[in-house]
Ligand binder design. Structure first.
Ligand SMILES: [Zn+2]
Ligand SMILES: [Zn+2]
Length: 125
């Protein structure tokens, strides 16, 4: 039996937690990766095109530890939306500015924002 495992990625601008990534190995629900602390909480069963596995979680955690945020954003642009792809740095919800939501035909489309260096990108969709 493996217990839930999690780690936090800190904001490169202010040092506060940007997001907490948690791996929940509950077989009956399927393996999921959760993200909290940034734009609410999300839970994913798939990252990019890969199913969540203990190996994928280890890879994600090692990339975060090594500070390879370009690689993390490359795995899943949506799940790692708090990483600015042009700075290749993570920022917390307080440091992303001008955050706004777009709608497509009345339905939620995506959330966009601007990083402390002035780069505008999709944060969530
Ligand atoms: Zn940036
Ligand atoms: Zn911050």
């Amino acid at each position: 039996v493996t217990r839930e495992d999690q780690f936090t990625i800190c904001c490169s601008a202010c040092g506060k937690p940007a997001a907490t990534i948690g791996f929940t190995p509950e077989a009956q629900l399927g393996l999921t990766l959760g993200r909290s602390g940034f734009l609410g909480s999300v839970s994913a069963a798939v990252l990019g095109r890969e199913d969540i596995t203990p190996e994928l979680f280890s890879r994600v955690r090692n990339l975060a530890k090594d500070g390879d945020f370009a690689a993390l954003a490359g795995i899943d642009r949506d799940f790692f939306g708090f990483i600015c792809v042009r700075c290749t740095a993570p920022y917390c919800g307080d440091c992303w500015k001008d955050v706004y939501v777009t709608f497509d035909d009345g339905f939620y489309d995506e959330t966009r924002g601007t990083c402390p260096q002035g780069h505008e990108q999709m944060l969530d969709d």
